[in-house]
Design a protein around this ligand. Structure first.
Ligand SMILES: Cc1cc2nc3c(=O)[nH]c(=O)nc-3n(C[C@H](O)[C@H](O)[C@H](O)COP(=O)(O)OP(=O)(O)OC[C@H]3O[C@@H](n4cnc5c(N)ncnc54)[C@H](O)[C@@H]3O)c2cc1C
Length: 345
């Protein structure tokens, strides 16, 4: 693939063709695709690093459903998405939360929390679930163990090496983490309050074949230790029988609470916490597209692969708005011929 003629990012105060709000996987792929389409593009994110949920919540987790990768570490996928996007030298602004969207002269001004204004012809919102925070244990007394053996996200797998781990939860995340940690930990116990997991069948099959000890119908009652977690008391919710387990680390996977924050106030049509888009990924405001976890439409799947496809469509819609003579379909990146319907090939 040929590099962009202009090989440094455009000054931040320029007028951009497309400004992308959110530099998660979908925003990063959108930046790449906009570069492919010859657009002047800027990425803005409130976090200090690229990658969205992948960097903030599960950098050391394997992703198994990425097209073309039997498995890929989240942090490696972010690295490669960033490298792919950077081929076209997008302007990147980190640690800037976009708070306002104002239509101006056929384009938009985006205001950010440090007080900067970004000028752009079109906008692509790839803000995921907005600001996200893990759901925590209800017992407020357990907060004293956060940073001392109690974890709600896993920033670095190495801290679990050779440790005794209690995993709490029954979703994909709990099952996947149990499988990952089982490879490096001394022992892994997984408790879940029901009898069935809300996880992929294949992951559950692997879990049952692994060395992880699975306790169904079990819940966490108490965490004990002097400054640091040393024991967890769990109970069988059918019989109330209690068991004390010696543990070094407790990982809680109850999912995440999402907060769209300022995006709610931009006059966009919402369905719960998602932006409603049409098949070209346009929101109700002409010139404002959305893609990835933040969007909803019939048949929506909140996955990285689908988000990447949506980003490509959103960028093509933005391209036509910036350049009405441009076609929606840009051709293939490999430069192959386009096929006529019905032609033999
Ligand atoms: C533990 C876990 C495991 C997962 N495993 C998989 C998996 O195996 N396969 C899969 O396909 N998906 C998986 N997912 C889901 C996947 O991570 C999401 O589908 C994906 O991250 C969505 O990408 P996105 O770019 O739309 O949003 P995000 O990754 O959420 O990125 C959005 C970005 O927008 C930024 N942002 C939000 N609001 C603003 C604002 N106002 N101003 C500036 N920036 C803003 C955020 O800081 C964030 O960086 C998993 C999710 C979790 C939590």
């Amino acid at each position: 693939m040929s590099d962009d003629a202009n090989n440094s990012p455009a000054p931040v105060d320029d007028l951009f063709d497309l400004t992308i709000v959110g530099a998660g996987p979908v925003g990063l792929f959108g930046a790449f695709y906009a570069g492919m389409r010859g657009m002047k593009v800027k990425l803005v994110d409130s976090l200090a690093e690229l990658g969205g949920q992948l960097s903030a919540l599960y950098p050391d987790k394997y992703i198994y459903d990425m097209a073309g990768f039997p498995k890929v570490l989240a942090r490696d996928l972010v690295r490669d998405l960033a490298e792919q996007a950077r081929q076209f030298h997008p302007t990147i602004c980190l640690e800037e939360k976009v708070t306002t969207l104002t239509p101006v002269d056929g384009g938009f001004e985006l205001g950010t929390e440090p007080g900067r204004t970004h000028r752009t012809k079109t906008v692509l919102i790839t803000a995921g679930v907005g600001a996200f925070a893990p759901k925590k244990l209800e017992n407020a007394g357990f907060a004293r163990f956060e940073g001392h053996g109690l974890h709600y996200v896993i920033p670095n797998l190495s801290i679990f090496e050779d440790r005794r781990i209690l995993m709490v939860g029954g979703g994909d995340s709990a099952v996947d983490w149990a499988l990952h940690l089982e490879e490096i930990a001394k022992e892994v116990t997984l408790i879940h309050r029901r009898d069935g997991f809300r996880a992929h069948e294949d992951s559950v099959r692997k879990l049952n074949a692994s060395s992880a000890k699975v306790l169904l119908f079990h819940e966490l009652k108490d965490l004990q230790g002097d400054g640091r977690i040393a024991r967890a008391v769990v109970f069988d919710n059918r019989t109330q029988a209690e068991t004390t387990i010696e543990v070094d680390e407790v990982v809680v996977n109850f999912g995440f609470l999402a907060n769209l924050g300022p995006i709610r106030t931009w006059g966009l049509t919402l369905e719960k916490i998602s932006l409603v888009v049409n098949p070209q990924m346009e929101t109700n405001i002409p010139g404002v597209m959305a893609a990835g976890d933040i969007t909803t439409y019939p048949g929506k799947l909140k996955l990285i692969v689908t988000g990447a496809g949506e980003a490509a469509m959103a960028v093509c819609t933005a391209k036509m708005r910036c350049d009405p003579k441009a076609s929606y379909f840009p051709g293939h990146s490999s430069g192959s011929a386009t096929f006529e319907p019905g032609a033999a090939h």
